[in-house]
Design a protein around this ligand. Structure first.
Ligand SMILES: [Zn+2]
Ligand SMILES: [Zn+2]
Length: 211
């Protein structure tokens, strides 16, 4: 069982997901976009304890809240990121390209790799490397709960942009076909921006994928 709370935060309306194992009250935060104080408030209100921060990728709008989340939690939750996005992380997630300065929070200490299994209570999440939007983009798939957290790889009716440093359109399309469209149709797709969708819905209607 998983409990999922969605918060839409920051200058580009990024979805932050607080995902909890209701049995133990352990929670992880996927992409703390901004307002770390508010993210921790939401978890505490439900009696949840944040044990880790998982980043789908290192763009600033997915991690600008990490520092404040870490500051409020004891012990400080470790941050997980794919190593191919570390250089982007060190560059404040590209914030300076948009004329901004952010605090990227604690240095990532969990090095995500394709095929790795992450646990939240008894719930298993498979890490899938899905480059194209950024080089180190990963998605988190929980097959028991039929849910996918896919960051900026695919959106309801659209796909991630590929014009930022490290982006590549053909690589992104290949990642979507290999890592997302191979999942069961009924899989819930929770993206970094915009409303929830499913794998089947995008297969049938996403203008970037239907021929
Ligand atoms: Zn992004
Ligand atoms: Zn984004």
């Amino acid at each position: 069982m998983l409990s999922i709370v969605t918060l839409t935060l920051g200058p580009v309306q990024t979805n932050t997901y607080i995902v909890a194992d209701p049995g133990t009250g352990e929670a992880i935060v996927i992409d703390p976009a901004a307002r770390g104080d508010l993210i921790v408030d939401e978890a505490e209100k439900r009696g949840w304890r944040i044990s880790s921060i998982w980043l789908t990728h290192a763009h600033f709008d997915h991690l600008a809240g990490a520092g404040a989340v870490a500051d409020r939690c004891t012990p400080s939750p470790p941050v997980a990121l794919h190593s191919a996005d570390y250089s982007l992380w060190r560059f404040q997630g590209g914030a300076p390209l948009f004329g901004m300065q952010i605090d990227p929070g604690p240095e990532p200490t969990i090095n995500l790799v394709h095929g790795q299994i992450l646990f939240l209570g008894n719930n298993k999440f498979e890490v899938r490397h899905a480059p194209g939007h950024t080089q180190g983009h990963v998605i988190f798939y929980c097959s028991d709960e039929k849910v996918l957290f896919c960051g900026d790889v695919i959106f309801n009716g659209s796909i991630g942009r590929t014009d930022l440093p490290g982006g590549d359109f053909d690589t992104l399309i290949e990642s979507i076909h290999a890592q997302i469209l191979t999942l069961p149709d009924e899989t819930r797709v929770l993206s970094g921006h915009g409303p929830e969708t499913t794998v089947g819905e995008e297969c049938r209607t996403n203008p970037f994928l239907v021929k």
